[in-house]
Design a protein around this ligand. Structure first.
Ligand SMILES: [Zn+2]
Ligand SMILES: [Zn+2]
Length: 377
């Protein structure tokens, strides 16, 4: 794209020069025509070099609700967009600050209504300093912790310096932007052992579609929300903690019961995210999963009833499909009285004399079998 613009600029300059010269020499007319043709080709080339990804998102209806899961490697950065109002949840590591700012500029963000720092880990809050210093931001929402890292203090300094209104996240508080709104769903407690559990959990709603953003919250907070009877049901789940097995318990996934999930993580990251246990659970539940490590930036477009997904690497990565749960079978072990999904190692390695097949999990439980703790059938 940059190369095409460079050629375009050069050709325009050459034509101006030739127009000037041609006043004195008519023999350059043929050359003028030739260069004009190149100019036309360059314009066409410049227009075509916009990616398919950009074009498909650009076609959305102005009333649509957009959720951009911006690829910041191993980290979170999510932009919510409704009627030219914007909410930014996290901004990746500090070195992604400029990338995030450029993405916001490319998407015509002029100011941000709510900046949410889920928790003070650098892969979530690092890039926020540059965003807050670059764009006018009205409100900043977070949960107070005792974190004193330089990266986090820089964020708080920017909030203070730019006169951004500081809001302490409280469960049940709701905020509206454009035609959409969001509610704070967690955390409930004020003190945790782990900074991940302080993550501000947000559920955004547009007409009958909803999205749940969980930061890096782990199973303790999931249980807390379940115990408090929180309405966790959502169409799209931002899978917590980059798909780590420390989050996304079966009970939590059952309560959210999403049709789609998005995992935000970096390719070949040091933590092995997403963990196999999490992706297996998502697959077994028939949840369609998008991943920023493989697909690049993922954008969900909601018209209030249906949600369409677009992603950066559409030309290279096939679109994910729903896992057919009807093809799953359940296998019990007569010896251990445990039952497994047919894909579990516990089932494939079982000796055939111990095997008993069940049509569904209910039948296994009715026969006195208990679910395997590895595959959670
Ligand atoms: Zn994280
Ligand atoms: Zn974290």
């Amino acid at each position: 794209m940059i190369f095409a613009n460079f050629i375009l600029k050069t050709v325009i300059e050459m034509i101006f020069a030739l127009v000037y010269i041609s006043k004195y020499n008519s023999e350059v007319d043929i050359l003028k025509k030739f260069l004009s043709s190149i100019l036309c080709l360059c314009i066409v080339f410049s227009l075509c070099s916009c990616s398919l990804f950009d074009n498909s998102i650009a076609k959305h209806n102005s009333e649509d609700f957009l959720v951009h899961f911006i690829d910041v490697g191993q980290g979170d950065c999510i932009l919510l967009e409704s009627e030219d109002d914007f909410v930014l949840i996290d901004a990746g590591e500090s070195e992604y600050g400029a990338t995030v700012c450029q993405y916001l500029l490319d998407n015509k963000v002029k100011s941000i209504d709510y900046v949410i720092a889920t928790h003070p880990h650098s892969d979530h809050c690092g890039g926020l300093t540059e965003v807050i210093e670059t764009f006018p931001c009205e409100n900043f929402i977070t949960v107070e912790t005792d974190q004193q890292s330089k990266i986090w203090l820089n964020v708080l300094y920017a909030v203070n310096n730019e006169n951004v209104n500081y809001i302490d996240a409280q469960v049940g508080d709701t905020y509206s932007f454009g035609n959409a709104s969001f509610e704070i769903m967690g955390p409930y407690s004020k003190i945790y052992d782990n900074y991940n559990d302080y993550s501000v959990i947000v559920k955004a709603t547009y007409k009958s579609n909803s999205f749940l953003f969980t930061g890096d919250s782990e199973k303790a907070v999931e249980s807390e929300m379940l115990e408090n009877g929180a309405d966790l049901k959502a169409d799209v789940l931002k899978v917590s903690h980059h798909g780590s097995a420390t989050s996304s318990s079966i009970d939590f996934l059952d309560a959210v019961s999403p049709s789609y999930s998005v995992i935000t993580c970096g390719m070949y990251n040091d933590y092995g995210h997403p963990h196999r246990e999490t992706t297996d659970h998502l697959n077994h539940k028939g949840i369609i999963t998008y991943r920023t490590d493989i697909m690049g930036t993922v954008v969900a477009v909601s018209n209030g009833n249906d949600i369409q997904f677009f992603y950066e690497n559409e030309e290279d990565v096939p679109s994910p499909t729903r896992f057919d749960t009807s093809k799953l079978s359940y296998v019990g072990n007569k010896n251990t009285k445990k039952f497994h999904l047919s894909t579990c190692d516990g089932a494939t390695s079982m000796s055939s004399k111990n095997k008993v097949n069940f049509k569904n999990r209910e039948q296994a439980i009715d026969n006195g079998y208990s679910p395997c703790k590895t595959c959670n059938p």
